[in-house]
Design a protein around this ligand. Structure first.
Ligand SMILES: *[C@@H]1O[C@H](CO)[C@@H](O)[C@H](O)[C@H]1NC(C)=O
Ligand SMILES: *[C@@H]1O[C@H](CO)[C@@H](O)[C@H](O)[C@H]1NC(C)=O
Length: 328
C-alpha cells in the first residue's frame, strides 16, 4: 500500500488538514465560495512598517477599482548593494483563496526577502469564482507594467535592479507566473527585464487523470475532487481542463517556441498528486527549446515551503538562490 504522505510534524499535519477542511466547507456545489467564512479563518498580517530583522514591507495600491495592490518587501541590510533581484510573486490558493497579506504567504515572502535576499513584490490579484480567467493574469501583467512605469519610479527601493526581475509563485501562483511570463515575453518594457520564472509546485492540469493523481488520491491538501472544483471556479463557463491556461502543453496549448521565454525553475514534491503535470510542464518547456531546471524533493508534500520546520523548505531557499544567481 502506498503511503499518501511522509512522516510530518504534528503541527504541519494539523495545519494542512485544517486548510483542506476549510476549503471543503467554503466551496459550494453550485460553484460559489463562502467569502464570509474564509475571511474569518484566513488570518492576515500587517506590513512591517518598522524594520524587523533587517526587513521592511509596505502595501502599494495599483488600481483601487479592482483592489489590485502588492506588498513590497525591502531587505535593509543589503541597502548598499544596488542590485538586488526583484521577484514578482503570486501566492497559491487554487485561484480561489488566500491573499498577499495572508499570514502563510506573508511569512514565506519575508523569508524569501531576507534569506535570498531579494526585493519581493507579492501581488494581491483578483480571485475566482467572482473573477474568472483571465482576471488574475491581467492583474499580474498590469503589476509588471506598473513597477516598470513612471508611477512607481520614485517609490522603487534604491537597492532594486529591475533588469534582474523574476516572476514566481507557488501552486496557482506558479501557474500565474508562467502565464504572466508568456504575456510579458510579448511586451516591450521600459527598464524591466524578466530573466527567470520560479514555479513552485505549479498548479497545472488537464482532462486526463495522471498516474500521480490516482496513486496519491489520499495525499494531504490536494486531490482531484478539490482541483476539479478549483478549475471549474477559475475557468470561463463552458471550458474544460484542457483549456490552454490549465494544460499549457496540451491539445489547445499556445506555441511559445518563438517567444523569448526566460529560464524556468520547476519545483516538484514526491508526495504531490500534481507532480506528473508539473513534470509535463518541465518537459514541455524543454521541447519548445526553453531553458528549464527540474528540482525534485522526494519527501515534499504540496505546500511544504510555508513550513520553515520542514527541511525541504530550507533546501528550496538555497536552490532558488542558486537559480537566481545564475539567471541573466
Ligand atoms: C449558491 O449557494 C449559496 C449557499 O447555499 C447561495 O447563497 C448562493 O446564492 C448560491 N449561488 C448561486 C449562483 O446559485
Ligand atoms: C457561510 O458560512 C457560514 C458558517 O458556516 C454560514 O453561517 C453562512 O450562512 C454562510 N454564508 C452563505 C452566504 O452561505
Amino acid at each position: 500500500m502506498v503511503q499518501p504522505s511522509p512522516a510530518l510534524p504534528w503541527n504541519v499535519r494539523l495545519f494542512v488538514n485544517s486548510l483542506a477542511f476549510l476549503v471543503d466547507v467554503c466551496r459550494r456545489s453550485n460553484g460559489t465560495f463562502n467569502r464570509t467564512l474564509i475571511n474569518l479563518l484566513d488570518s492576515k498580517a500587517s506590513p512591517l512598517s518598522k524594520p524587523v530583522k533587517g526587513l521592511q514591507s509596505s502595501d502599494v495600491m495599483v488600481d483601487k477599482s479592482r483592489n489590485l495592490w502588492f506588498r513590497l518587501y525591502t531587505p535593509l541590510h543589503h541597502a548598499a548593494a544596488t542590485d538586488l533581484p526583484v521577484i514578482v510573486y503570486f501566492h497559491g490558493g487554487g485561484f480561489v483563496l488566500l491573499a498577499a497579506d495572508s499570514k502563510t504567504h506573508d511569512n514565506f515572502c519575508q523569508r524569501l526577502a531576507r534569506e535570498l535576499p531579494a526585493i519581493i513584490i507579492s501581488v494581491n490579484y483578483r480571485l475566482a469564482p467572482e473573477n474568472r480567467h483571465p482576471s488574475a493574469y491581467d492583474d499580474g501583467f498590469d503589476v509588471l507594467k506598473f513597477i516598470d512605469g513612471a508611477d512607481f519610479k520614485d517609490r522603487r527601493p534604491a537597492n532594486s535592479n529591475l533588469k534582474r526581475c523574476f516572476v514566481g509563485g507557488d501552486s496557482a501562483g506558479g501557474n500565474l507566473a508562467h502565464n504572466v511570463a508568456v504575456k510579458a515575453a510579448e511586451h516591450e518594457f521600459d527598464e524591466l527585464r524578466i530573466v527567470g520564472v520560479v514555479a513552485l509546485q505549479p498548479f497545472f492540469g488537464g482532462q486526463e487523470r495522471t498516474e500521480s493523481e490516482t496513486r496519491l488520491a489520499r495525499a494531504p491538501l490536494v486531490n482531484v475532487d478539490r482541483t476539479d472544483w478549483m478549475w471549474k471556479a477559475f475557468l470561463p463557463d463552458g471550458s474544460d481542463r484542457d483549456h490552454a491556461a490549465v494544460n499549457v502543453f496540451g491539445p489547445n496549448s499556445v506555441e511559445i517556441s518563438g517567444l523569448k521565454f526566460p529560464a524556468t525553475m520547476v519545483v516538484v514534491g514526491g508526495f504531490d498528486p500534481l507532480q506528473d503535470w508539473q513534470k509535463k510542464y518541465y518537459w514541455g518547456l524543454k521541447k519548445q527549446g526553453k531553458e528549464a531546471h527540474l528540482i525534485e524533493y522526494p519527501n515534499a508534500i504540496h505546500g511544504f515551503y510555508i513550513f520553515p520546520e520542514l527541511q525541504e523548505s530550507s533546501l528550496l531557499i538555497k536552490d532558488m538562490r542558486d537559480f537566481i544567481s545564475n539567471a541573466f
